[in-house]
Ligand binder design. Sequence first.
Ligand SMILES: *Cc1c(COP(=O)(O)O)cnc(C)c1O
Length: 460
Amino acid sequence: MDAPQHRITLAESEMPTRWYNIVADLPEPLPPMLHPGTHEPVGPEDLAPLFPPALIEQELGTERYYDIPEEVQEVYRLWRPSPLIRATRLERELGTPARLYVKYEGVSPAGSHKPNSAVPQAYYNHQAGITRLTTETGAGQWGASLAFACAQYAMECEVWQVAGSFDSKPYRRLMMETFGAQVHRSPSDLTEAGRVIQASHPGTTGSLGIAISEAVEAAVQSPTTSYALGSVLNHVLLHQTIIGEETLLQLAKVGETPDLLIGCTGGGSNFAGLAFPFLRETWAGRMTPALRAVEPAACPSLTRGTYAYDFGDVAGMTPLMKMHTLGSGFMPSAIHAGGLRYHGMAPLVSHLYHHGHLEAVAKEQAECFDAGALFARCEGIIPAPESTHAIAELVAEGRRCAESGEEKVVVVGLSGHGHLELPAYGDHTAGRLRSSAADDPDLDAHLRGSMAALPEVRAS
Ligand SMILES: *Cc1c(COP(=O)(O)O)cnc(C)c1O
């Protein structure tokens, strides 16, 4: 038998030139975003203070495809198309008859999928005359991505970084600063939202919800400043669909049809980016893969959350979005996967999960890092802590197939590398992630509190 092709690449000229908007094909209509004051559906004029017209069109629009501007394609080509890798050494290690494929986004400038959306967001803002972008960041992945993207268009970039990550992950901050950004520890005393949280939760390690409040507050105060969000919103998920479009082309090259796709979910963007083009193919009757989201047990918005209208931030400044949520006041414990510590899930991912188009599982850190380290030893790539959640499910599925003898084709989204998160692997090696306190032993109590505080929304 011929050795299987290990690295399935596309030529630069084969890079997809359109993003796929799943809203055009949804079998059930997506509940609209609501204005936080009136509870009426949000229109383009409501979003105008925050986003440029092109992004508002992509956020609310129903076109099936949006062309990727030439100026964005040019930047994408610094690292795209990204490789699809057949994990043959992992297959051998697991003794599995399944064929395991990995779509690897760690080749980007920030080391993750996030520049796929940071670059077009910076581009459209630049086109609209915006000179400065503000944002939040957890582990620093989104901040580094936006810092890089702003550098492409000579824009300023100001980042509020969740305090826990700011303190424990200095290298991401240095990366952001190298790309030219200014970085603040959140909660900061530069904003009203930050000062309020500091007063009510002294010594807090912060959260993405708080950092979002701060970045939004800073953006609305200047007409030439906009806010950029790294996940959750429809336009962000749209930009990430280049991942799935490339994967479809790559699988076709080796004559494979997937049985299962797996991705980790924080706000849902890398998972959606991989999965949505495959849902289109499913609805067109061309394949029937299962689509499985993997989230941390300490922040389980899909598997333990409620499907309800909630705010995207802690201060209640964002529109209300119908999503799987743990409550915007939920403070996730300080797990290493900073990018998965978000109380809600993208409205599109939540909606599709609610209607049974997607599956979800939750995993604890120790299993994830076991799988991440195993994957690193086999394939030579150290997955980001977030990505280890997807890899853990890949390993679990490989083992299930080893027992059942099923020759499944499994594709996993490897959203980024963990080179700047090595202290987390150090904790794993030293056995410090084994105790249940490494996740959230008080999850039930925390959830009872935060879910009781969901906003009341008039029937819609
Ligand atoms: C931010 C991040 C995630 C989580 O964000 P999603 O929007 O759910 O994709 C996952 N993996 C990596 C490497 C990240 O940086």
